[in-house]
Design a protein around this ligand. Structure first.
Ligand SMILES: *Cc1c(COP(=O)(O)O)cnc(C)c1O
Length: 406
């Protein structure tokens, strides 16, 4: 991979017409180190957030030896870079053949579930393979109610009374049992984990079986940008969330059982930026070479504000407008699909024009992993960049925030 000091250096050297991902392995090492130091248990990186081999390899080299996986594709990706790493198969609803593959071929011994029919599926394969249930840890996934930018808690999870029943059932079979939850991604309220822990406490007291572990899932917030014309939003930082979580864990009496966290977004958000090119400017519209079917589907929801840096093409001699005036542009994606228009504008210098580049920061989470081949576009060009996005020149603008009138 080519290495550049900054994304601007990369853009001016390569003059790329395709989107370019700028990977910052140093930032990734820093962010995973910070999380592992702050969390008082096992850190299992959630592979779905960004499963690129370069990411998994960097994490494995940095000492990550547990991964949260959900599919055969993810088992394989982890095994390829970290043959000895432990995998936690934390998808509560699994295909029968995938359960078999996990147990038989990948030696996975930790799974989650939220229904008795899933217990039956797992047990059938455990018996067929003649495995001892005592060698397998089953986490019962608990329903939670939280406030996160991405509410994922509605889809999975057993209600507390149901979870009690599942814990007891799995314990009777001879599995080791634990409790897990996942509050959704990018949580906005530090009380979210406490509510989930209170629920776990209720379940534990009624189930009255020994717990082999508590898995607090992911959801830890990453740092993004904000609209500079407004008051900085009062978002709790990672440090604050973590110290609150640690004291909640103690307070609810979970301090003495093995803990697991499954962070995704907070680990990888900062370690990638994306260089996109303006293919055409039409008034206040920019047509760029990426979009919602490629790297920008996560920001498309408009819940996240990404910092954006303008990289003017030095080859353009004539420019209109005032470079210090930051104005909103509607952004249209690369595909021919008419829904491929970002729901929020990019705020950029008025002078931006056809042929210029824009570096969008902090896009490491849920961007590369969600890109599609729709319309034949598939961004897959990578460079390595040494300077962290936030340490470069100040970002002039930001991507994806306020609704814009047509
Ligand atoms: C997606 C997911 C994660 C990671 O969530 P982040 O918000 O990216 O930290 C962790 N655990 C489970 C079960 C998930 O589905």
């Amino acid at each position: 991979m080519q290495v550049f000091q900054t994304a601007k250096d990369a853009a001016l050297a390569m003059r790329p017409d395709v989107p370019v991902y700028c990977f910052r392995p140093g930032v990734l090492r820093e962010d995973i180190r910070r999380f592992r130091e702050a969390f008082p248990g096992q850190t299992a990186y959630a592979v779905k957030t960004n499963g690129e081999p370069m990411v998994l390899q960097t994490l494995a080299d940095a000492g990550v030896d547990v991964f949260d996986v959900a599919s055969p594709g993810e088992f394989e990706a982890v095994r390829a870079v970290a043959p000895k790493a432990e995998m936690l198969y934390m998808h509560p609803i699994k295909a029968q053949s995938d359960i078999r593959l996990a147990l038989e071929t990948y030696g996975i011994r930790t799974m989650s579930l939220d229904h008795e029919d899933e217990v039956a599926k797992i047990l059938r394969i455990v018996r067929a393979l003649d495995l001892d249930p005592a060698g397998i840890t089953v986490f019962i996934r608990l329903q939670t109610k939280g406030h996160a930018a991405y509410e994922l808690s509605k889809k999975f999870g057993a209600a507390p009374a149901h979870a009690v029943e599942l814990l007891q059932r799995c314990h009777r079979i001879g599995f080791k049992v634990g409790l897990c939850f996942h509050v959704g991604s990018q949580i906005e309220d530090p009380e979210t984990y406490e509510r989930a822990l209170a629920s776990c406490d209720w379940v534990r007291n009624r189930a009255d079986v020994p717990l082999a572990g508590l898995d607090v899932g992911g959801g830890f917030p990453a740092e993004y940008g904000y609209d500079p014309r407004r008051k900085k939003p009062d978002m709790p930082g990672m440090g604050q969330i973590m110290s609150r979580l640690r004291s909640d864990i103690e307070e609810w009496g979970f301090g003495d059982i093995p803990l697991v966290a499954e962070p995704g977004r907070v680990v990888v958000a900062r370690c990638f930026s994306l260089i996109v090119r303006v293919l055409l400017r039409k008034g206040r519209r920019l047509y760029i070479n990426d979009g919602i079917w490629a790297s920008l589907s996560d920001s498309w929801t408009g819940k996240i504000t990404l910092p954006a840096r303008f990289i003017p093409d030095p080859a353009r001699v004539a420019r209109r407008g005032d470079a210090s005036s930051i104005v909103p542009f509607r952004v249209c994606g690369a595909t021919c699909d008419s829904v491929d228009i970002l729901s929020r504008p990019f705020w950029l210098p008025e002078t931006v024009d056809t042929g210029d580049w824009i570096e969008i920061g902090h896009i490491g989470a849920y961007s590369l992993s969600l890109r599609t081949r729709f319309n034949g576009f598939y961004p897959d060009t990578f460079v390595e960049v040494e300077t962290p996005f936030d340490e470069g020149d100040a970002a002039e603008g930001f991507a994806s925030l306020e609704t814009m009138a047509d």
